[in-house]
Ligand binder design. Structure first.
Ligand SMILES: [Zn+2]
Ligand SMILES: [Zn+2]
Ligand SMILES: [Zn+2]
Ligand SMILES: [Zn+2]
Length: 336
């Protein structure tokens, strides 16, 4: 399953096509708000396009179970400065609407973020763009150096919990090996504690499975790691929603010859959103989302299963139950 705007192909109307058709004139949404682009959509959009001079998405909500989906499915975090007032929508034929104003809250990126990511701006999201592919590539963990760095960081951050006479052990992490004189079993390596004495239990113990470079780990633990100076350090492609509770990037990073975790930093944004909801939604089944400005950050990752997908999933599960097939929610989600 790829992260796309969850609409059918025929429900997508391309901004570029419209700009040329519409002669670049200002379109009044309310007496005080103009846009230059109008997009019609029958379904919610996760990444509503924006533009410097304003883009309005007109959602046709007839038959929707919940009109809030138009806004809840949006992956941009929205917040202060914000406001709400009642006004008249010129575009929908001078009807009374509630207008809610919000500001884009950007994203969080790692202090070791790639310069490309730091400087990134966007108006719309192409789900197949290189960047998104690289972001998911960044998360792949079948890389020996990466795993070794991660192991080292874990060891470094794990204090030894052993208590001796009420005092916590201050031993350092050390690479150890468990083996037999008769060599009937292959040696097994683990990260132990320099404070350990024979027959003491509950010191630091971190097992090492495959995909770890023991030589590199040993260098790191002994402070003998010299790094690879030819490779750029700022190469992180992680992007988090502004609402993340994380303080650090989950990936190990190299800063000269030390391996460390990157702090997450806010990337701010000044795109303004306005949501317009008719007071009498029954007689006017449209809601409007206006975006103005250019996002000065990479697209936020999809951090929640959009409501539309959830609804579809429920329908599929329901259908699967009725059809009595062996389709489980896991099958549906992973496509396996
Ligand atoms: Zn329309
Ligand atoms: Zn990072
Ligand atoms: Zn210890
Ligand atoms: Zn933004």
């Amino acid at each position: 399953m790829s992260y796309t705007n969850f609409v059918n192909k025929e429900d997508i109307i391309y901004e570029e096509d419209l700009v040329s058709e519409e002669d670049n004139t200002e379109i009044y949404i309310t007496k005080n708000i103009t846009v230059k682009t109008i997009i019609h959509s029958l379904t919610p959009l996760e990444y509503p396009p924006t533009s410097e001079e304003g883009t309005a998405i007109i959602y046709h909500v007839e038959g929707w179970q919940n009109i809030e989906m138009a806004f809840e499915d949006v992956q941009y975090s929205m917040g202060l400065p914000c406001g709400q007032n009642k006004t008249t929508c010129t575009y929908l034929g001078d009807i009374a609407v509630i207008k809610k104003d919000r500001t884009c809250h950007g994203v969080k990126i790692c202090e070791f973020a790639d310069p490309e990511l730091r400087e990134m701006e966007h108006k719309s999201v192409d789900p197949n763009s290189d960047l998104r592919l690289r972001m998911s590539k960044e998360l792949s963990t079948d890389n020996v150096n990466y795993n070794t760095f991660a192991k080292y960081l874990a060891a470094y951050k794990t204090e030894c919990r052993y208590m001796r006479d009420g005092v916590q052990c201050n031993g350092k992490p050390i690479l150890k090996c468990l083996r037999r004189h008769d060599e009937t079993v292959p040696p097994s390596y683990f990260i132990g504690c320099t404070g350990w004495r024979m027959n003491e239990k509950f010191h630091r113990f971190i097992s090492i499975k495959e995909n770890v470079d023991l030589n590199l780990l040993q260098q790191l633990l002994n402070g003998l790691y010299e790094g690879e100076t030819d490779e750029p350090v700022n190469n992180c492609y992680s992007v988090f929603s502004n609402s993340t509770k994380r303080i650090y990037c989950p990936h190990p990073h190299r800063s000269e010859n030390t391996i460390t975790q990157g702090k997450l930093m806010k990337k701010l944004c000044e795109v303004r959103f306005s949501k317009l909801i008719p007071v009498d939604i029954k007689s006017c089944p449209f809601v409007i989302l206006i975006s103005k400005g250019i996002h000065t950050h990479p697209p936020p990752p999809p951090n929640q299963v959009p409501v539309t997908i959830r609804t579809r999933l429920q329908e599929l599960i329901h259908q699967a139950n009725n059809d009595n097939t062996d389709v489980t929610p896991t099958h549906i989600i992973t496509g396996k």
